[in-house]
Design a binder for this molecule. Sequence first.
Ligand code: ADP
Length: 528
Amino acid sequence: MPPHPTPTPTPTIAGVHIDTRHWINGRRSESASGETFPDLSPIDNTELAQISRGGKPEAHAAVAAAKAAFPAWAATPPPARARILHAIADGVEKRLEELAQVETADNGALVRSHRRGVMPRVAHNFRFFADWLTNNLSHPDFDTKTHTEVHSNTRRNHVSWDPAGPCVLITPWNAPLMMESWKVAPALAAGNTVVLKPAEWSPLTASLLADIAAEAGLPAGVLNVVQGYGAEAGQALVEHPDVRRISFTGSVPTAQHIATAAAANLTPTSLELGGKSPLLVLDDADLDLAVELAVEQYDNAGQVCLAGTRLLVHESIEAEFTQRFIGRASNLTQGDPRDTATDIGPNIHARQLEKIDGFVQRAVAAGATAVIGGGPNTDLNERLGGLYYRPTLLTGLGQDAEAVQEEIFGPVLTLQTFSSDDEAIALANGTRFGLAATVVSGDRAHADRIAARLVAGTVWVNCFYVRDLRAPFGGSRRSGVGREGGTWSFDFYCDLKNTVTAQQTFTAQQTFTTQQTSTTQESGSDHG
Ligand code: ADP
């Protein structure tokens, strides 16, 4: 008799049938070892499914499949690639409710956010990059619009975005399908093939994405999904010499492992990492707006890399701000994320809950005050069996305090005050990170002066989180390497090529008509 009953590879979760095996070369497969690992729901900490535990054999098989599928996909004309990406978006929209429910069961984020914002955005990511490919990148006029085509009297420089090859995409658990679509869509649009390794704490929607892509007509091997732990499946993927691009979103220590592995093969790598972003409330701010934006930083139980977790408030308005903030924050409803009345759900994993509480208890022991929160929501945890942490605000911290310097990734904000713009900037820029910043001010010129001095990949003024897909996204300092979004995504996922043609060697009919002529830009050949 086997020691355990064999788990079904296709459990039903939130009413949805999900195949939890790998998706490699257009087929479902178990791991060579036959091993699986448990996937828990943060809502009640119960086991949702057993997931195939990938290692080297699966990583290598997936990269081989991506490599074999690459030439045909790269040669597929852009309009045909774009049609399939739009069909994937159609599939996401058709299964939106299922995806919302499964994601909520798996990572505990609010079902109402998944329905309203996240899943529509997933579909939009596929549509956006498909359209960017056909309207811009492969459009004959794109070069001249963006000044990438330079005509000299005799030579034409033509820039093209060529497909690069198999891409390894490694994603985190806080916004699984959102991050996956943000990477998969441009990689596929660019003509690359993909091996996706979702986070082991939230692997389910990636499996559904594989089904949706297959139904949309994506050929076998173009998108592969390898399940497993980072140190096993992830490590085997990022070490692979046939991989042409690695895009990773996650923590700094993991990024350091990945960058080291990538260095051995000089694989270009895009890293989107953590943050400790400031939210600055200037003395001319609309306090209602400032409080609304500050409370928004508890979204997804604080598990948002962009979150403005450091509230920096001008000392003249601090008392009133804090009072209003406490009033607003105590109206937040914490509970089951499947309930649409819930504002704050659980944290992802018992280990994470422990880590969050460790930060808070050490801060309090060092003299900080938890003006609200300060511990797990024990009532809720007893009732639901889940992993809920009370929204917390810490005051009385110096700039060097651990809770000010380190990313907590839970519903924990800190509040510090400043008395001048110089001091605000010194505090705001005074961490190792540089992902984002938010400025709240009623004076546009003042806000612009502050924004100009902030070190951050994104600065929001009187708003938060909204982002145009055409804009670059990424972090400065320890918050990341590189930018994705719009053309920046294609710059990363493509091999940029300049073709220099001596025009006079062709007959007049074959010569490209030059509208701009310039000889001054030509400065000999480059060697590098
Ligand atoms: P966290 O610490 O918040 O769980 P990580 O940065 O460790 O976040 O995880 C983000 C993703 O990176 C996950 O998909 C995880 O499996 C993966 N990962 C972790 N370690 C490695 C590694 N050594 N190589 C490749 N991927 C990894």
